[in-house]
Write a protein that binds this ligand. Sequence first.
Ligand SMILES: [Zn+2]
Length: 239
Amino acid sequence: MEETYNTIAIVTNNEPFREHDSKITAYSMDQGKLELVARGTKKIKSKLAGHIEPASLISLMVIRGKQYDYVGFADGQNLYANIKNNYEKILISGQVFNYFNKIIKIGEGDLEVFDLLKDFLDSLNSEKIKNNNLSYYFFIFKLLSLLGYTPELHNCLVCKSKILANNKTKFAFNQGGLICKKCQNRSVEVLKASDNCIKMLRLILESDFKHLNKIKIEDWLAKELSFIIESYKIIYRNQ
Ligand SMILES: [Zn+2]
């Protein structure tokens, strides 16, 4: 008898596999990252194909196999039509999935990670969202923090004193936190972190995606924030 199980999952990649099949990557609520073969999806009459595109929340029956596990059945719970009909949103969700698939390994199940990914898609899909790009940085920074890389944003990494609002603070992305004016020296790679940017970084970690829809930030601040978060991704490079 075939062994099967049911789960809820978010599809994060779909690529052609063999002549008529696809290989999908998904992150499930209780089993973490999955790699599954979906049979017959390249055939015109495939009922499965529409439910297993990236950025789909699906209920799923998985059949365990010797070499591969297979999609036995998939049904769309939320297919996030606003994302799939908007080129910018497709690009942003694609960037998130790319990074996510790279750093999340098979068998690392974590409900908080699942919820974060779902919150990100809900938010990006929302009509209210003002800044699509910001949702990408929101997600990346919160994900790194969930995985155990919460940066120090309140006290100086070196002298431990409280970070003051003086626009003289720097962010040491290799070390994962802020460095006060007194402790900055040339041997450590740092980026400028204005007081407003530090406030945004704290806000990202302390608030949820619902809050994101209310945020409007100026271009210079978005740029500074993106430099810091892009550079901070380095903290995960050797994992
Ligand atoms: Zn210091």
